[in-house]
Design a protein around this ligand. Sequence first.
Ligand SMILES: [Zn+2]
Length: 350
Amino acid sequence: MKRVLYSLLLILMFSFLGGPYCFNSNASNKPVVVVIDPGHGGIGDKNQGAQYNGFSEKEITLQVANAMKAELEKYDDVVVYLTRSTDTNMTLEERAAFAKSVNADFVYSIHFNASANHEFYGSEVWTSAYGQFYKKGQEFGKIESDELGSLGLYQKGVKTRLGSKGDYYGIIRQSTVRNIPCVIIEHAYLDHMYDVQYLRTENVMQKFGVADATAVAKYFKLKSSSTGADYSTYNYSSVKAPSNAVPQDQSGPDYCNIQVVTFDAASRNALVSMSTKDSQSDVIYFAYSYDGGNTFSLLQMWDRTKETQSFNVFIPKGITDPQIVCRAYNCYERFTQSEAANVPNYSYQN
Ligand SMILES: [Zn+2]
């Protein structure tokens, strides 16, 4: 009789959990706790974040965070918090302490980017340089990067940055010191036209929020009874936890060699073949100059799966002695510059 009662009890328990044949991947059945941190916030210049082309970083981070929360809450077994839901000023320490107070499994800090010379574009994810935090940040970051890439944004990669106190970025440092993995998602640059064009498309903050939530759902293998989305068997490549901190790449690509193959007088294009490689990090951009390196083109997208690529450099009429110089940039924005090369069979007329 006791055994029968015990079996009945087990059956009841399994029914309550959803039945023995539909275990969810979250084996303990403890909900995943996600903290979304909309970057910046509050009054005063230093709380605004980047401000370009009519976009205010502190406002759009909140829009993306709200959309991300709403999307993520469609999944089962997940609890979602925002560090701020209004235009308020919070220190990075307060944000991380809040995440700790709700027992967060992960902190996602939502940001938009800008660069001093307005030259970079694309998305990037920053992660801790240390151990399990690095592993988790890299694994999530790759999924996130794929989601943002599928929206059409150029992907710079998943990166680390060390400073004098360990991880350079405060929200990452403050979270990991509390034993919570954290990434910063820099969705796009507010000061580069390539990204701004995309930022001006309809419902774009909503799309970012959905992309971010989908990446989280894939990472935690969530499923949704309401939408039918099911990532319980989603696989992503495992990253090894490093035993030492993984620092940023502080040097440019190993080499950047060019050859000017031909000059087409009709189109005024010089065909340039460029070879580059960086043994530490991906080469992601290149730029070219026809005036010996005085002025350069906008940064072009480099196909990081190749070490040699060809492209045309347009040389305007009247340039008497063009000298081609190219630069290869890695994902840490360090560049290596080629030697100058003459243009064969060049004619400055026509
Ligand atoms: Zn920011």
